[in-house]
Write a protein that binds this ligand. Sequence first.
Ligand code: A3P
Length: 317
Amino acid sequence: AGDDHIAPPEEYEDIVSTLPTAMTFQAKLLYQYQGGWVIYHRIRGLLSFQQRFTPRSGDVLLASPPKCGTTWLKALSFATMARAAYPPNAAEHPLLRLNPHDCVPFVDDLFSAGHHDQLEALPSPRLMNTHMQHAQLPPSVADNPDCKIVYVCREPKDMLVSMWHFVQNVRPVTFSDLFEVACEGKTPDGPFWDHILGYWSASRSSPERVMFLQYEEMMRDPVGVVRELARFLGLPFSAAEEAAGLPASIAKLCSMEVLKGLDANKIGTSGVLAKYPHKSYFRKGVVGDWINHMTPETAVRFDAIVHDKIRGSGLSF
Ligand code: A3P
């Protein structure tokens, strides 16, 4: 698992060789590009995406920093968009036999592996996801009135704890090693505060094109979020669907309780480049787990960094 990826093509060497670099907690190389830290095996994919991606009317891009609820958002969006073909109660629902990452392609990896043709083969409307920062999206996506973006982020201390558990699948890293680089913003797709602020500001200026969600809000009211999501995607639930309880059925199908228990999410791996066990995407799924991993002093230090970065944005955690 983890490092089992194919080598990317040596394309874009003229650009990549000029970029500043840093090391992550995993002793992996990061490239700094357009303000974001991009992990070495995805930098060429990002450049290729910027150059080659052809948006289609109706495209939906899910965006998130890693470990903020990507898997959950993929499941909810897929189930919402596909509900005509696959009602959430259907015994044959794809989410009952496939991991959510196998239902929604991760463009960063597809482009990095040179498999972007797979996106062309998808029927419209396409549903995809990315960890790229908003500033790294090409204008053909970021400014496209026909392309919608759904963003999810999470209380940063919980994100960090989730990331720490996740990287243990690849190699043991101490929490304090991760903590120190995170304070400098040097996590993959970081700095996470710029990631969040980029999409936050896009959602404030174009709320019809960028929907901004927080994991905690999804936990508080998953059914309400499903309704909002459907409305945002231009697929509001009809009175008949509401009467049949579809929003609640979708939330239930995509709940931790249901998904974690499925064989599809207990066995196997996902990913075109780095392959992670399906089960590593379903850990605890609670708000406030940071308390079990951070001392009050560490939490105060981290909160101070976050508050300083997001001050004045109107955003809070
Ligand atoms: P924890 O590690 O805190 O449990 P991502 O999908 O972006 O990698 O984020 C993973 C986090 O989302 C993990 O958090 C995981 O347990 C949680 N998660 C995955 N599926 C979920 C679901 N259906 N409902 C709630 N949380 C979920």
